[in-house]
Design a binder for this molecule. Structure first.
Ligand code: ADP
Ligand code: MG
Length: 461
């Protein structure tokens, strides 16, 4: 590594004489695996170590919006990196490329600060119920979560929340903790993810501190155990978790589990906790419907104090359907792009921002789905949408409803509206019937899959 080309002589005490660019590169290397890939590419990749003057590392960023964003969202990681990469007291200053911008300063964390703990409970205050948008897809889960937070141990114990990646499980678990502590300060709450628990357990075994480990958990009022599917195939961890669970449950303490699959798909858990799960509640979170996705985008925009026009919100929400995390990622990218070029947030800018992100999530419009289903069953579009009553038509219509729900997450009411204002119970019945057929009849399931695949291939033209 060479000497900084800024002309400022760096004063770095240890053997390697780091230049600003090298030091910042080291910091980025440390941060990269610890943040999302998208976040890194959007916010950190366009930065550059500029100069090391005294104990301040100046980092060039595209503009002051980046400086704000980086310090609001990445300061913990940058601080941790500073502590790890440099033994000197160094702080980072983000300098917008436009020199008239003032930039933002992040101080180096005090040495040996435990990084993982946001507070004693490991709760992050921004993951609250206030910031969680409620829709049809998560209404039940949110109601159960609130009730548990308000009266831990009293209602549903354990509460088991499951759902796909990026649908808000961690957010809800954290929200429960935050609300419970706010309602009853002093309540002993602890949040941990199953993989962290595993590390803790291994350390406890190595250091011979199993007893402390157990006691730490046994005295809790509320345990939030995230991503419990991690237990699959880990016998030792399972045993420990069951022990913790049983002693907490016997003491009337509340336990909340989250998982990416239902309990019956975690056989070890199911067999050992079956009787106890019975006294609790299992709720799922589905992918949000269009309206909820729009509401989530609007809420993120409000939190970022940015204007998000309706047509742009719709544009994104119609395309990014499967995960709230991806939805959030798209919004952040758009915001970054707007700030880079100082352009207003419009549909065409959104198109540009989402170009690479949504390759697999091209828009499917409902007409195309209905048309494909009609073709598949050899009936006309008109017949399928206007209440014709033959058996074949009824099945074609039910399948179309099912596929609309599965691919576009339209609400029952919206789907009903596409078929001559059918009642939502009719739609519900149709979706259930197709779901049942799919389970019972593998040939039908294969046909349905082929049809769905055809629809998603067709849309990528
Ligand atoms: P999971 O744990 O299910 O993978 P997360 O809880 O980490 O998902 O959620 C992913 C991101 O989406 C988080 O930033 C979270 O705040 C956000 N999010 C998820 N669901 C909602 C919602 N209903 N309203 C607002 N934000 C949400
Ligand atoms: Mg999670």
């Amino acid at each position: 590594m060479g000497v900084a080309d800024s002309g400022v002589q760096p004063r770095v005490g240890h053997e390697a004489l780091l230049d600003a660019e090298g030091l910042w590169t080291d910091i980025l290397d440390y941060v990269r695996p610890r943040v999302s890939r998208e976040g890194f590419e959007t916010w950190l990749a366009p930065t550059r170590g500029l100069a090391l003057s005294g104990s301040v590392l100046e980092v060039e960023v595209p503009n002051s919006f980046f400086a704000d964003w980086l310090s609001q969202h990445y300061s913990a990681e940058v601080r941790a990196a500073l502590t790890n990469v440099s033994q000197q007291e160094v702080s980072v200053s983000f300098r917008p490329r436009d020199a008239s911008d003032t930039g933002v300063l992040i101080r180096r964390a005090p040495a040996r600060r435990p990084v993982a703990k946001q507070n004693g409970y490991r709760l992050q205050s921004h993951l609250s119920f206030e910031n969680f948008v409620v829709g049809e897809s998560n209404r039940l889960a949110v109601a159960a979560a609130r009730s548990v937070a308000e009266r831990p141990g009293a209602n549903y114990n354990p509460l088991f929340i499951y759902g796909g990646v990026g649908l808000g499980k961690t957010h809800l678990a954290q929200a429960i903790g935050n609300l419970a502590v706010a309602a009853k300060p002093g309540l002993k709450v602890y949040y941990t993810a199953a993989d962290d628990l595993f590390l803790e357990l291994i350390q406890a075994i190595e250091k011979n501190t199993r007893l402390e480990f157990k006691n730490r958990y046994r005295c809790l009022d509320l345990l939030l155990l995230d991503d419990i599917h991690y237990l699959v195939g880990k016998e030792r961890l399972q045993e420990e978790v069951f022990y913790i669970f049983n002693s907490l449950h016997d003491a009337g303490s509340q336990i909340v589990f989250t998982s990416d699959r239902p309990p019956q798909d975690i056989p070890a858990l199911e067999s050992r906790l079956a009787s106890r799960l019975g006294s609790g509640l299992v709720v799922d979170i589905q992918a949000p419907e269009l309206e909820t996705r729009i509401a989530i985008l609007k809420q993120k925009a409000t939190m970022d104090r940015a204007e998000l026009p309706d047509d742009v919100a719709y544009f994104i929400a119609a395309r990014v359907r499967t995960s709230v995390r991806a939805l959030e990622g798209s919004w952040i990218r758009l915001l970054a792009l707007a700030s880079l070029d100082g352009r207003p947030i419009t549909v065409s800018l959104a198109e540009e921002a989402l170009k690479n992100l949504i390759r697999q999530e091209e828009p499917v419009d409902h007409n195309r789905i209905i048309k494909a289903c009609a073709e598949h069953f050899g009936v006309t579009l008109k017949d399928i949408t206007n209440g014709g009553r033959t058996k074949q038509l009824a099945l074609a219509r039910q399948v179309a409803m099912f596929v609309l729900r599965a691919t576009l997450s339209l609400s029952l009411k919206e789907i009903g509206g596409l078929f001559g204002n059918k009642d939502h119970t009719t739609v519900m019945h149709a979706i259930k019937r197709v779901g049942d057929l799919k389970t019972k009849d593998p040939a039908f399931a294969a046909r349905l899959e082929k049809l769905s695949k055809g629809i998603s291939r067709g849309e990528q033209r």
